[in-house]
Design a protein around this ligand. Structure first.
Ligand code: GN1
Ligand code: MG
Length: 384
């Protein structure tokens, strides 16, 4: 990070980060900070301090994206409940590796909150840095994919008796795919950035698959599947793995933990983990849905949640994959035609590339749907 980078007119980002760390009572001498290119929403930094004995300790400092999260205090309330609950469950289960739960620091003195709002209204938080861990963006290690399945399944299971009333709905209608598609069509009509003409084939595809992708929303509306407490952002890069063993350690990015459908969590995870290419691969010929990876994830996830699931829920898991892929294609294209305000982009047209890649993936999922459904049932029935 260049020293001259400013968060506002006068203060450098480094100065702001040092101030924030002091407010959270972080001890030691500041050594350095480095951006962590993780996630498409918040700004994340690994910050390192030196203790008196010369050892180093790192922390994750984040500036929360307030365009996306309109009520960040509600997120931090959810996170407080959920991290405390999971930590307690781990202790009860005799798991003593502290890397298996997240911890957010509290400000020193005064109100002792797990966030801090600075004079520029920026919203900061600090969580522990998990040593010797790694994430996967594209993962070819089937063991790690199965581990990710287990981690998200366990996460879901650990929260199965959590009182959902305590949680705020941090982004209303987050996975209401039907509403996302309807809002998108309104934006197509408005065409505020004059980009609609260039994306007609993509729009046509989304329209063609819209009814199928709205089925999960409708099953929920008709009371045929239950709302549970779900993670809602289950990309496998939201699981930290042990660098040496590739065992899953902990599920991170708890910003969207709120009531949702189990098919959303399962579907979003395989959308990402079973893709043969990156989520934003430009060359769509490299993109396909890998059934072997799908099976690996299912083998990790389904046994963890088997006892809690209803028959209808089991039957919606594969549909979750198609739904979430179409939903993401819709969200990326929506962001593109409305001016790229939501997702962080690294180059002009990045959201369009993402949308095209998700459409390529959705098309392949449609072709393989029967096989996916069979894998889910075989795993569920213990035949795999
Ligand atoms: C965002 O924060 P990150 O990158 O894990 C987004 C998800 C999308 C994902 C696509 C709050 O997740 O919903 O699936 O990008 N999070 C939010 O990569 O919108
Ligand atoms: Mg996120």
């Amino acid at each position: 990070m260049k020293n001259g980078d400013k968060t506002n007119g006068s203060r450098s980002l480094e100065e702001s980060i040092i101030d924030v760390c002091a407010i959270f009572g972080i001890q030691g001498k500041f050594v350095k900070f480095e951006p962590v290119y993780m996630g498409n929403i918040n700004a994340t930094y690994k910050v390192t301090f030196e203790n008196d004995d010369g050892t180093h300790k790192s922390y994750i400092v984040q500036k929360v994206n307030m365009y996306v999260f309109k009520k960040p205090r509600q997120i931090m309330s959810n996170i407080d409940y959920v991290t405390t609950y999971i930590k307690q469950k781990n202790i009860e289960a005799g798991i003593d590796d502290t890397r298996t739960f997240m911890h957010f620091y509290h400000t020193k003195g005064g109100k002792r909150q797990n966030f801090y709002v600075d004079n520029d209204h920026a919203f900061w938080r600090i969580s522990k840095y998990i040593e010797n861990s790694m994430t996967y963006d594209v993962c070819d290690n089937l063991f790690a994919i199965e581990e990710a399945g287990r981690a998200f399944g366990k996460f879901q299971n650990a929260l199965s008796d959590f009182d959902a009333q305590k949680l705020y709905e941090t982004i209303p209608d987050f996975h209401n795919t039907k509403k996302r598609l309807m809002d998108f069509m309104c934006h197509v009509v408005e065409d505020s950035c004059d980009r609609v003409d260039t994306v007609m084939p993509e729009i046509e595809y989304l329209v063609s698959v819209g009814k199928r992708a709205s089925e999960l929303t409708e099953l929920l509306e008709h009371g045929e599947i239950p709302l549970r407490v779900t993670h809602n952002d289950t990309k496998i890069n939201n699981v930290l793995f042990d660098k040496d063993t590739a065992r899953a350690l902990v599920v991170i990015d708890l910003d969207t933990v709120m009531p949702g459908l189990v098919a959303h969590d399962f579907g979003d995870a395989v959308r990402f983990a079973a893709n043969t290419a990156a989520e934003d691969e430009e060359d769509t010929s490299k993109i396909s849905f890998d059934l072997v990876k799908f099976e690996a994830f299912a083998k990790g996830f389904i046994p963890e949640v088997r006892d809690a699931l209803t028959e209808t829920e089991v039957n919606t898991l594969a549909l979750g994959a198609l739904t979430m892929t179409v939903e993401l294609a819709t969200r990326f294209l929506d962001d593109y035609i409305t001016g790229d305000n939501y997702f962080k982009t690294r180059y002009p047209g990045h959201n369009l590339v993402r949308a095209k890649s998700q459409i390529a993936l959705a098309r392949d999922i449609q072709k393989k749907f029967g096989k996916m459904q069979k894998i889910v049932l075989d795993v569920y029935n213990g035949k795999m």
